[in-house]
Design a protein around this ligand. Structure first.
Ligand SMILES: [Fe+2]
Ligand SMILES: [Fe+2]
Length: 180
């Protein structure tokens, strides 16, 4: 069995596929190219369900509270900053969703095109640093703080989150990330 931080790291690699695709999408839209609405809808769904509900959910509802019990401060570096970044990610995805919806009604809406680019760029700027801070600061710290038994219990709780979302849904979202 792998560890809970290994599970989160593996999810980061999937999220990074979507985040890595954002700059390509930005340049296409910036050049005035057509807006692929089903792709944008897919990205919004992925960010809400996989990145936020499944992944941030494990971090915010299970990992961070457990670290708090162990005496890690919830404010400041690193956890307070990471929680703020999750909140910022939600705002960006909401903005992306709204801009995509406006463009699905009128593809020539330049204001919506600008908002789409701003929010995609925000996502592309936010996540690499966020993932780095977790992979290289939070997770090594977690591995040091939690004993083997606590890690196994946390891993089982993470699996329950996946079960709650459904393995078929998760597999579909992972396939989507790998497809773009
Ligand atoms: Fe996170
Ligand atoms: Fe994460």
């Amino acid at each position: 069995m792998s560890s809970p931080t290994e599970m989160l790291e593996a999810e980061h690699r999937v999220i990074a596929l979507i985040v890595g695709a954002a700059p390509v999408l930005i340049s296409k839209i910036d050049e005035g190219g057509p807006v692929d609405n089903s792709l944008l809808t897919g990205i919004v769904e992925f960010m809400r369900l996989y990145a936020d509900k499944c992944h941030h959910g494990k971090e915010e509802e299970l990992l961070f509270p457990l670290l708090a019990e162990k005496g890690v401060p919830m404010h400041g570096c690193p956890i307070g900053g990471l929680i703020n970044e999750h909140a910022r990610g939600r705002v960006l995805v909401k903005g992306l969703d709204e801009a995509a919806s406006a463009l699905s009604i009128n593809e020539a809406d330049d204001v919506a095109r600008g908002r789409l680019i701003t929010n995609l760029r925000g996502i592309a700027d936010l996540y690499p640093g966020h993932i780095w801070r977790e992979d290289y600061m939070l997770f090594p710290m977690t591995d040091k703080i939690l004993g083997k038994e606590e890690q196994d219990t946390l891993y089982a709780a993470f699996q329950k989150v996946d079960e709650g979302i459904g393995s078929q849904v998760i597999e579909r979202l992972v396939r989507f990330a790998k497809s773009i």
